[in-house]
Write a protein that binds this ligand. Sequence first.
Ligand code: ZN
Length: 156
Amino acid sequence: MHCPFCRNADSRVVDSRTTDDGTSIRRRRQCPACGRRFTTTETASLSVVKRSGVLEPFRREKVIEGVRKAVRGRPVTDADLAGVAQSVEETIRATGASQIDANEIGLAVLPPLRELDEVAYLRFASVYNNFDSLDDFEATIRALREERRAAEEPGE
Ligand SMILES: [Zn+2]
C-alpha cells in the first residue's frame, strides 16, 4: 500500500475495523518514511465453496438467481429479492468467515425469505431441505402456523 503523500511503498497498519455493514475493512495506516497517516478501505473477500470443491467469489446475483424460482408468481419485487440477498450477505459476513459452503448460503436464505413470503419460503425450503413426503410439508407449515400464532398473541 503506497503512501499517498510521499509514495513510499511501505506502510504500517495502526488500526483496523469492519464497517457497520460488515462488507469491508477500514484500516488506518502510517507511513514509516514521512510519518503521515491515511485510511484505506478494503472489501473483505468472501468465497463460496461449491460442492465440487471449487471456490468462487460470493455474488449477491447468485443468491437472487437461486431464490427466483421459488418466488415465481408471488407478489415479490426485484427490490425484495435484493433485500434477501443483502440480508444473506450480512449474515454470512457477520460470522467473520472468508470461505463458506454453498450449503450455508441456502440456510441463510431461509429466515429473510420466510419474512418476505411464506409460500416462496415453503417452496425454497422443500428443495433445499429435500422434502420427500407430504409430512415434511405438513411439519414445516405447522411450524410456520405456530410461529405466527405466537407472534400474534399479546405479550405479557
Ligand atoms: Zn509517506
